[in-house]
Design a protein around this ligand. Sequence first.
Ligand code: GDP
Length: 439
Amino acid sequence: MTARPAIANRRNSAAVHPFPNPSMVAIVLGAQWGDEGKGKLVDLLASEADIVCRCQGGNNAGHSVVVEGVEYDFHMLPSGFHLQNCVNIIGNGCVVNLPELVEEIEKNESRGVTNWSQRLLISDRAHLVFDFHKMSDGLIERGRGTSIGPTYSSKATRNGIRAIDLIGDFSIFTEKLRNLYNYYKLTFPDLDLDIEKTIEQFKKLAEYFRPMIIDTVAYLNQNILDGSKKILVEGANATMLDIDFGTYPYVTSSNCSVGGVCTGLGLAPKYIGDIYGVVKAYTTRVGDGVFPTELRNEIGEHLQTRGREWGVTTGRKRRCGWLDLVLLRYTTMINGFTALCLTKLDTLDELAEIKVATTYKRNGVELPSFPASVDTMHDIEVEYVTFPGWRGRSTSECRTFNSLPHNARLYVQFIEQFLGVPVKWIGVGKDRMAMIRVF
Ligand code: GDP
């Protein structure tokens, strides 16, 4: 008797796979230190999407969208919130401040967003932010407190409270909340919060959000397998602020590179399609931390003024510098960008020459990549390639690649060639329409 080949039926069973064409998920990520102008690309893609997801961060991110003269404000809400056909997911990797989410929803509701409660889903695994998280951050870093870091700390300490706790047995939720508050009081004895009032507040919030808190991992994966949905993930913050890959400790508390998309949504890597990196045509960063191409001179000030480089809510000025291709090669390597969106090219319009960092050296020896330690970066020599500018020819009216000034095209092509990734969109102005689609 001859043995039957063990793998004979494999091909057949694959042919009758019940989900032959699962949806591939598109992702938008910041490639530098944030504020790259992700909003414009996200809006463009969200307007065609069926599902828009947030996978990490809290309401410390976000942007405004202007549609037909109406301005919508999104911080925690995904960017499809105002679109009637779009389901919005706040994934398990996010930390959610529910009282502030109500305010954000109401603000957008007053601007005309309707029918949102059937279109907003919050992961039952997402961690909740409480006022004492915010207060404790204020106590650690007075005046600069956000609640995001402390909530991720609670998650990692494993005494955090998740959305599923809120909609379960409320007495258990209350007990967990009291325990967490008492734990905080041990470290921060000055904390003063009316915990009974918080319990009452969350009792009402439980009813408000109950229908929206679901197993979004199962929901998302069902929709991927359904195969007919266009799914978009919008990253908040940016790769150089990623807690693992960013300029630690001047980073945020989550993984804002591509890995955070998988862990923050329960998404298998095989369903990831395009990964779009948003790159500002120069570099900016807010606050402290290493910045090798920083321009502490009149060119830096020019970029700051012309690029309107200050925070909308905080008013804090962003530090400005030349485009850093060593940094971008590093973030491209981590994320595997399939295409780039180059924003704010118009900010460079009036410069006589433009530099781009291509090499970092220490003691004359080239560094293989962006270094891990920010403490050892003071002695790094940065080498630049200098390009002639396109002074006198504005890019802001250009809507095709070929209509850009010759030197602007050279600049874009150099970036593409250096990184080995095509530039698919070029931002040339603040307006939504000021975007070139490169074919
Ligand atoms: P995010 O933090 O990366 O989401 O950045 P936003 O999307 O909030 O954008 C920051 C600012 O940059 C907004 O005021 C945008 O209007 C502006 N912006 C975006 N793209 C461009 C561009 O190509 N040119 C100019 N001049 N401004 C832009």
